[in-house]
Ligand binder design. Structure first.
Ligand SMILES: Nc1ncnc2c1ncn2[C@@H]1O[C@H](COP(=O)(O)OP(=O)(O)OP(=O)(O)O)[C@@H](O)[C@H]1O
Length: 607
């Protein structure tokens, strides 16, 4: 085995990385990245670069949190930069609810930045780890639901001739029970060649036999990785496990296909077997699997579930919107009252007096109306009582008598009543009243309650309705506008329902295999071997962090020699057991050696 060893020179931070870290630690004042992103927190570090949660200052409400992935790529020439941006543009045009949205990318000096959707419920790997730690498992229904979503996403990308090359639980993100595949197409965007992308992108546990034995990568290789993820969701451990890199590779290439426990349906197990077939030609494509009866039946029930959930969501949303409208209205009324008050302060004393009089009249008119109503009701009630009592003796005389009685008993509104209310008594044509005299122009207050109410309003207040549009009116209208826009947005669930409908209705399965050659139609990928070196350097740093620099060097030197001399697995395990607590901790050193060898080979091939 030819091994290329790279010097462990310390990495110099890129200017952008330094800036991002400074922004995060607060040593730099809050500033914008690419004129729009503000860093919020560091989410983690992957094998290519560091990931940050950012706020997009140009995004709409509820859509401002995004993810920035910064990847050091070394110096790129202008052609490479243009090509990288073109490929990134292509990725940003893909829309599927099961694919992590790729918003934008930009180059800043030697750092390539990718902006994607943010998934607040973390990744599937974290979820599986959490389940394992708490001794729980996922019910088959949930597994099938997530698996079908993944299948729909993979199908969508394969139809567009885009391969993932690194499907793994860590690249599946969870967002409100919707799964989203991250980094689709990114490997080719970053790697210098398809060969490099194939070799350096995959994660051993998920790599297909053909990818490991360099027999080419195609869409069926993504299906293998998806099968490994399905197994992991059911069993909470890798489908192909081992204490060393080589053991895992041997199990993948030559070992038996793992099966699910009895706990899971035989249909689900059969899907898994078809995905983990060693021969890529025997493996089903995403399109083929979506046409399987078991998958179709489950898709139907998920579609129904999602439709009813979105309906419920919409009802809740309408209620929320109604509350929002109410709140906006109350605010508007409150602001109008305040404005009226300030108008009053601007009035002359004479105007203010007139206003006070109008308000008092208002109050009195209301009280008068109440009083008239009460009297009217009382008279009516008495009349009814009387009618009842006299029902037996219906004679004209008696009736006349009764009516006279009623007339005596009814209580017309007296001058006293008016006085007690402080209201002017209506002008009596025969006997002009003192009060009414004092208010020239006042007319008679009618007995009818409604007319009585209107009595004092002849010289009413100015109406607000025909005033100019004010700021609060605009705010109010804007809030309705926002509401309207939000209502029009399709949720991920609705989009997923549409994709499911399309797949269920379509005749063809789209079963053809997407090969690397077909994918070349997109144009060559660019960002040279630097990415591979970056990845190896990151691996080296991460192993050293775990084992310590000294132990790492010992393990590295020993394994390099042992692999060259083809020593037995048992001997290697025995020796490593004396160097480290768990020989499996050396898994990544083995993997590093393998990658170094591959990179050396590809360099020799380029010369
Ligand atoms: N879109 C995202 N939303 C939420 N968290 C994210 C997102 N992308 C990445 N992360 C988190 O950031 C961390 C680093 O992610 P990244 O994808 O760079 O590395 P990785 O998946 O751990 O490894 P690799 O680089 O090999 O794929 C992980 O903890 C991941 O869960």
């Amino acid at each position: 085995m030819v091994v290329a060893c790279f010097p462990n020179k310390p990495r110099t931070s890129s200017p952008l990385r330094f800036r991002l870290e400074s922004l995060l630690t607060g040593s730099l004042p809050c500033s914008l990245i690419a004129k729009r992103y503000i860093i919020q927190q560091r989410l983690g570090r992957g094998s290519f670069g560091t990931v940050y949660l950012v706020r997009d200052t140009k995004a709409g409400e509820g859509e401002s949190l995004k993810v920035l992935k910064e990847i050091p790529v070394g110096d790129l020439n202008p052609n490479e930069t243009v090509q990288a941006n073109l490929e990134a543009q292509l990725l940003s045009q893909l829309h599927h609810p099961a694919i992590l949205k790729f918003f934008a990318s930009f180059l800043e000096r030697d750092t390539f930045c990718i902006i994607t959707e943010y998934c607040e419920d973390r990744d599937l790997d974290c979820k599986i780890e959490e389940l394992r730690e708490t001794g729980r498992t996922l019910p088959e229904q949930q597994i099938t639901e997530w698996f079908i979503q993944l299948l729909l996403g993979v199908h969508y990308m394969h139809q567009r001739r885009i391969l993932h090359r690194d499907l793994k639980a860590k690249n599946i993100f969870l967002k409100k029970n919707i799964v989203k595949i991250g980094d689709f197409g990114v490997s080719c965007l970053l790697m210098g060649s398809r060969d490099l992308a194939t070799t350096f992108t995959g994660t051993p546990y998920y790599m297909s036999p053909e990818a490991l034995s360099h027999q080419g990568y195609n869409s069926k290789s993504d299906i293998w990785s998806l099968g490994c993820i399905l197994y992991e969701m059911c069993c909470l451990e890798h489908a192909f496990n081992g204490h060393s890199f080589l053991t895992v590779v041997m199990k993948i290439v030559e070992g038996t296909t793992p099966a699910l426990s009895e706990k899971y349906s035989k249909e689900l197990n059969s899907v898994l077997q078809r995905m983990l077939s060693k021969d890529p030609d025997q493996r089903l494509s995403a399109g083929d699997m979506l046409k399987m009866t078991f998958i179709e039946e489950n898709m139907h029930s998920i579609k129904l579930k999602f439709s009813s959930l979105t309906l419920k969501d919409k009802t809740l949303k309408s209620e929320r919107d109604a509350a929002m409208i109410m709140c906006a209205l109350q605010k508007k009324v409150h602001l109008q009252t305040l404005r009226e008050r300030s108008e009053v302060q601007k009035m002359t004393p004479r105007e203010r007096m007139r206003l006070r009089k109008l308000q008092a009249a208002d109050e009195k008119a209301w009280k008068l109306k109440q009083l008239a109503e009460e009297k009217y009701e009382e008279n009516y009630r008495r009349m009814q009582e009387l009618r009842c009592r006299n029902f037996q003796k219906v004679s004209l005389d008696v009736l006349n008598e009764s009516m006279a009685e009623v007339a005596n008993k009814t209580q017309p509104i007296t001058a006293q009543d008016y006085q007690s209310l402080g209201c002017p008594q209506p002008m009596d044509k025969k006997q002009p009243d003192r009060l009414s005299m004092s208010e020239p122009g006042e007319r008679e207050i009618p007995e009818d309650p409604l007319t009585a109410e209107a009595y004092y309003y002849e010289d009413g207040f100015e109406s607000c309705s025909d005033e100019e549009k004010t700021q609060e009116d605009e705010d109010f209208e804007n809030s309705l506008d926002t509401l309207h826009r939000t209502c029009g947005q399709d949720s991920d669930m609705e989009a997923m329902v549409k994709y499911m409908e399309n797949v269920l209705e379509s005749e063809s399965s789209g079963s053809e295999t997407v090969t690397e050659e077909a994918q070349e139609a997109q144009g060559p990928s660019v960002i040279n071997c630097t990415m591979a070196e970056t990845r190896l350097q990151r691996m080296r740093e991460s192993i050293m962090d775990r084992l310590g620099a000294e132990v790492f060097q010992k393990v590295y030197d020993y394994l390099k020699q042992a692999r060259e001399q083809q020593e037995s697995e048992a001997d290697i395990k025995d020796f490593l057991g004396r160097l480290v607590e768990k020989p499996s901790d050396c898994f990544e050193v083995d993997q590093l050696l393998y990658y170094e060898e591959q990179l050396q080979k590809s360099r020799e091939g380029q010369e």
